[in-house]
Design a protein around this ligand. Structure first.
Ligand SMILES: [Ca+2]
Ligand SMILES: [Ca+2]
Ligand SMILES: [Ca+2]
Length: 308
């Protein structure tokens, strides 16, 4: 029993010793500073105190440096000495993964909450209210999965996410990955961008067999030879040149024209069944056709353009 009493006294003395040094630290606290930080004083006061510099604000509370510090730029807040970091949401960020999507494909639109300590956390897609602001997105479901529509050229689409009163928009790129799949111009052999360029969207005379300018060349021929489908271009077809005993017709496939096969046929009478194919001896994009004149006193040519 006696030993037990002595032990109890010893423990009490250690505690008192510790308390003494705690009080001593408070007595000798004072101002501290750095290039972007200053604390005017530390104080053992239940009301705490506040100090600040150009880009720092510190609110002290009892016994240690606790409180809130705020940097003006970037705007970040930190709360010292609390059991856990306390955060406030200051906005949301909407992005898309991937940010470029082929027409007809899907991409996942994400949203993250921005916190005042400079961190973010991912939001569940189902927690966000999604909507399409503009552009070729034909579907955007509750999870944030966006489906790109068909386009005639690369195009931007803007989607919006809203959560807890915050909104953000994101612009994703829909890539024109197929050249003949757009609306009423799909599958007709003409590049959709060319049709929209000359006729706008959905024009009834933009098809390959129409000849809106009545120059004798339908739109397929106009396209194949890089001509303007709404201006008389009948004199702009490649011309035959005589070289020795041959006629030679040589021309380049226009830049951007694809899916087209150019051909030449010749006849001496223009009669049905009298037309003969000529071999294309050029190397793409060059086309070259050579027709021996022989003993013929006249030879006619005609162009033939085919699409798959
Ligand atoms: Ca397309
Ligand atoms: Ca087309
Ligand atoms: Ca025409």
């Amino acid at each position: 029993m006696k030993a037990g009493v002595l032990n109890s006294v010893h423990i009490w003395l250690v505690l008192a010793h510790g308390l003494f040094f705690f009080a001593g630290n408070i007595l000798f606290a004072g101002a501290r500073s750095s290039s972007n930080f200053s604390v005017s004083y530390d104080v053992n006061a239940s009301a705490g105190a506040r100090s600040a510099s150009l880009n720092y604000l510190l609110v002290d509370v009892v016994g240690e440096i606790d409180g809130v510090s705020i940097a003006a730029s970037p705007s970040i807040a930190a709360k010292h000495g609390f059991i856990g970091q306390l955060n406030e949401t200051v906005g949301i960020q909407v992005t898309s993964t991937p940010a470029t999507v082929d027409e007809g494909d899907e991409t996942l639109v994400n949203a993250a909450a921005e916190l005042d300590d400079g961190t973010t956390f991912r939001l569940l897609g189902t927690d966000v209210n999604w909507s399409v602001v503009s552009g070729p997105v034909t579907g955007l479901n509750a999870l944030g999965v966006a489906r790109a529509g068909t386009v005639y050229a690369d195009a931007n689409a803007v989607v919006r996410g809203a959560w807890m009163g915050f909104t953000d928009v994101f612009s994703l790129v829909v890539r024109n990955s197929a050249s003949d799949n757009f609306g009423s111009y799909a599958g007709d052999g003409l590049e959709d961008g060319w049709q929209v360029q000359h006729f706008g969207v959905g024009h009834p005379q933009a098809g390959p067999l129409s000849d809106i300018d009545l120059d004798g060349l339908n739109n397929l021929m106009e396209y194949a030879f890089g001509l303007h489908p709404r201006e008389d271009s009948s004199s702009q077809l490649p011309q035959a040149q005589r070289l020795g005993g041959d006629f030679i017709i040589s021309f380049l496939t226009p830049v951007g024209v694809q899916g087209i096969t150019h051909g030449i046929e010749w006849s001496t009478s223009l009669l049905p069944g009298s037309w003969n194919d000529v071999l294309n001896t050029g190397t793409a994009p060059q086309n070259q056709f050579v027709v021996p004149i022989g003993s013929n006193d006249k030879v006619f040519f005609r162009f033939r353009v085919t699409i798959p």
